[in-house]
Design a protein. Structure first.
Length: 100
């Protein structure tokens, strides 16, 4: 399986544009939770064995992302932390829609 860099750019732009369009009244997203269950690195692909779960924190992930932005020092792990934040964004938006 593969994904083109251009496709990543397009999907991020599409999602961000939709977010701006539908939430023009605000410039931030309120998360509805901080803690979540996380599958440890290296265990996600082993679908034949049930992994022990770790606890993750959106606040902690955001701190790591902000540090990356400040220092301009991206690491491969920033994709993982961004992924956790993206899941929380989707959860918060879907929860808001369900309660409107």
């Amino acid at each position: 399986m593969k994904i083109q860099y251009d496709d990543l750019d397009k999907i991020f732009q599409l999602l961000l544009n939709e977010l701006y369009k539908n939430n023009s009244c605000c410039e931030e997203i309120n998360f509805h939770y901080d803690f979540y269950w996380s599958v440890p690195v290296g265990k996600r692909q082993d679908v034949y064995n049930r992994p022990e779960l770790d606890m993750g924190s959106i606040e902690h992930d955001l701190e790591r992302i902000h540090k990356c932005i400040l220092n301009n020092e991206p690491l491969p792990a920033h994709f993982r932390w961004l992924g956790n934040v993206l899941i929380a964004i989707a959860d918060s938006i879907e929860d808001d829609i369900a309660h409107d």
